[in-house]
Design a protein around this ligand. Structure first.
Ligand code: C2O
Ligand code: CU
Ligand code: CU
Length: 478
């Protein structure tokens, strides 16, 4: 092992602190210090009610219009660099952004097309982009071995071979992923296909990506990374990079594509007035059937595809999307227009092949905050080999320090059991997954089969500070 992972985290901490006081210290906000509990909202951000007001009730909103990132095909140049962005209402903040956008542009591509993108590193640290959830070969996966230095670039070129889904692009350099994501580098990546089109789901302004994350700002209002080994938790929620956002909606059906973009926080979504989510998909695309839920809990990097039916809501009212874990108001929906919307809420969606009959079992223990099976990540070491095309059962356990969101590159999997702890599976853990929440005392079993590509891939904890400290493993599909 060549590097002490804890020292990397410490170095990042010092560097960001120095940067915030100097080069990045150009924001306009007055003093605010994050509170140690990480839950309160700094005063200048609290006016719109982001600190956990009751939410809902009357129409109109003093909140900021929800930002919708621009969409584009996964072609051309994607540059990661410092940028100054408007978080809403003229609140300027220095962040790190893809193509100057926070979050980055939403990439949209149909199955069967090709992605051809050049990543350009405009940061002062090495970086590389990973397309979380995309089934690509090793050279296109953004492995930390491929990280490029400041000023460097990396050409991606791969076919899109998977079904419709919401994915997540973000940096993946060794030991610095947490910092780069927290500073703003992340974006949504939508794959479209004919099955999706056949469902006639809400589209255009009725399909809205929601990248939900927490953030901490320095006293100048600039994005700040203050990691703790237990995970970075910011004191302010952002949706699509907007502070205290509101979305003006009509009395129709909306499709929200939700990503937990936090480094470490688990989010427990609910609407203030009990309006249900009709869950139709998750990480790997559609579930077999929709299910109506009053609350949904997801860990970092998990995704949700939900329909929200506002046909029973009167114009002039509003409802608040909240996080029940913190009490945060995340996004106000203000019902401003009446429309006739004939959208059919689908029941059955698409059949999913069940993985069965695993040919072998592997055990993975998530130890402390930096190890898998007792080992800290070593970029040069390959920890195990998996035969291509064979179904395996992987059993995840932990000796503490959870939550550990367990993510695997290179294949989707099916979660088959959880024992100990919560001792059950949830509707949002059906279908195809690439990230699953492992809490203290739990054993989670998945079935996985690599049938995309042979090559080097990663498994890691998606609490990004755990990943950076070494809770990650290289494996090879052979
Ligand atoms: Cu979203 Cu290897 O990560
Ligand atoms: Cu990934
Ligand atoms: Cu972890």
């Amino acid at each position: 092992m060549s590097r002490d992972p804890l020292s990397i985290t410490r170095r990042n901490f010092v560097r960001v602190t120095a940067g915030a006081a100097g080069v990045l210290g150009t924001g306009l906000l007055s003093a605010c210090e994050p509170d140690p509990a990480g839950l309160s909202v700094s005063p200048q951000f609290a006016k719109g009610g982001g600190g956990g007001g009751k939410g809902g009730g009357q129409g109109g909103s003093a909140r900021n219009p929800l930002r919708i990132p621009p969409t584009q095909a996964p072609t051309g140049v994607l540059t990661a660099a410092p940028a100054e962005v408007d978080l809403g209402g003229g609140v300027r903040s220095r962040v790190w952004a893809y193509n100057g956008q926070f979050p980055g542009p939403t990439l949209v591509a149909p199955t069967g097309s090709r992605a051809d993108m050049t990543f350009v590193n405009g940061l002062s640290h090495e970086s590389i982009t990973h397309w979380h959830g995309m089934i690509v070969d090793t050279p296109n996966d953004g492995h930390p071995r491929e990280a490029v230095p400041p000023g460097g670039s990396y050409v991606y070129d791969y076919p899109i071979i998977q079904r419709a889904s919401l994915n997540f692009y973000h940096p993946h350099p060794h030991g610095m992923t947490g910092e780069q994501v927290a500073m703003g580098l992340a974006g949504a990546y939508l794959i479209r296909d004919d099955d999706e089109a056949a469902l006639g789901l809400p589209s255009g302004p009725h399909e809205v990506p929601l990248i939900v994350r927490d953030a901490t700002f320095d006293r100048n209002g600039n994005m700040q990374y203050k990691p703790r080994s237990g995970g970075f938790e910011g004191n302010t929620p952002l949706v699509n990079g907007t502070l205290d956002p509101a979305l003006s909606v009509d009395t129709g059906v909306y499709r929200f594509r939700i990503l937990n973009g936090c480094n470490a926080r688990i989010l427990r979504f609910a609407f203030s007035d009990g309006t249900p989510f009709v869950l139709i998909g998750n990480d790997g695309g559609f579930l077999e059937a929709s299910v109506s839920l009053s609350e949904i809990t997801i860990c970092p990097a998990e995704r949700l595809d939900v329909l929200v039916d506002l046909r029973g809501h009167a114009p002039g009212t509003s409802l608040m999307l909240q996080d029940l874990n913190t009490g945060w108001d995340l996004l106000e929906l203000t019902v401003d227009r009446s429309v006739a919307d004939g959208t059919a809420i689908p029941g059955a969606l698409y059949p999913i092949e069940r993985l069965t009959a695993p040919v072998r079992t592997r055990e993975f223990s998530f130890d402390g905050m930096s190890k898998i099976n007792g080992q800290v990540y070593d970029m040069a070491r390959v920890d195990f080999q998996v035969p291509f095309g064979e179904t395996e059962l992987w059993r995840f356990t932990t000796n503490g320090n959870a939550p550990h969101p367990v993510h695997v590159h290179g294949a989707y999997y099916q979660v088959v059991s959880r024992s100990g702890g919560r001792a059950r599976l949830y509707p949002w853990e059906g279908g195809w997954k690439d990230t699953v929440l492992l809490e203290d005392g739990e054993t989670v079993e998945i079935l996985i089969r690599f049938d995309g590509y042979r090559g080097l891939y990663l498994m890691h904890c998606h609490k990004l500070e755990h990943e950076d400290m070494g809770m990650m493993s290289n494996f090879e599909v052979v």
